[in-house]
Design a protein around this ligand. Sequence first.
Ligand code: C2E
Ligand code: CA
Ligand code: CA
Ligand code: CA
Length: 279
Amino acid sequence: AKQVGQNHYEFHTPDMNSAAHERLSMETDLQRALQNQEFVLHYQPKIDTATKAIVSVEALLRWNHPTRGLVLPNTFIPLLEDTGLINPVGEWVLLQAACQAQAWIDAGLEPIRMSVNISAKQFRSHILVETVRRTLGASQLESRYLELELTESMFIENAERSIQIMQELKCLGVSLSIDDFGSGYSSLAYLKQFPVDYLKIDRSFVTDLVSNKKDAAIAVAIAALAHSLDLKLVAEGVEDQAQVEFLEKQGCHELQGYLFGRPVSAEELEQVLRQADRG
Ligand code: C2E
Ligand code: CA
Ligand code: CA
Ligand code: CA
């Protein structure tokens, strides 16, 4: 028997179905991926709604698998969480992203924030604050240029403890954002106590913003909430100009989506930043 989650065991029997085989083989591969340097970060720009300048990039993890090719995170992040590998991989992501941001500053580019996704398990692990502190030290990146993207679902289990962790992170000087806002179960009563800087409207509300009255109503409500709580509002999944116009009207501060750029390699993003700085 092999322990997978905290409370359940998975038994690998000779008649194990192919999905289980697939999962097991991915797990074995993941164990080697970090030491074999198969993980890479891609970067997607977030632009300032008013100036259209790139003010931030989100680091998005990819797995360059020797036979499967470039694997997207939704297929392997759950496996990283189940196996506990999310902690070492998450530490690598933080350091890699922070060093990249500092490298761009050292190369003379206009400083931008680097946003890093934090998984629920990482958030609950007692070493996160220390990891972020060490990352800042090792990369020499000023803390104001590091942003951590958290999701509402992380806070359900223990809201008081979550607020404490967020406060410790804020003390380091990093920015915090609530990702995928509206898609989880966050209590609005707690939201006002969260020491966060940004709310990111979930893509599910942005996609049909213009054609679907209900999605539009939710986006308007989230925008009003962000403004009244003095939080900056970010929209993800922006793909067309009609969405931009709607979100501009709602006072959305930053926009992210394929319209402004897909996630690309560090080299490609650097070209984009150079061009933007010249223009
Ligand atoms: P997310 O944090 O919500 O990231 C946004 C996802 O939406 C990314 O998918 C991005 O490529 C995609 N996206 C961006 N703009 C558009 C758009 O205009 N249209 C559409 N259809 N999609 C868009 P990706 O890179 O596959 O990442 C999926 C999820 O995996 C992320 O969702 C995040 O939850 C997780 N993830 C990615 N990197 C990391 C990481 O380093 N650590 C952790 N813990 N999770 C990560
Ligand atoms: Ca995110
Ligand atoms: Ca998101
Ligand atoms: Ca999402």
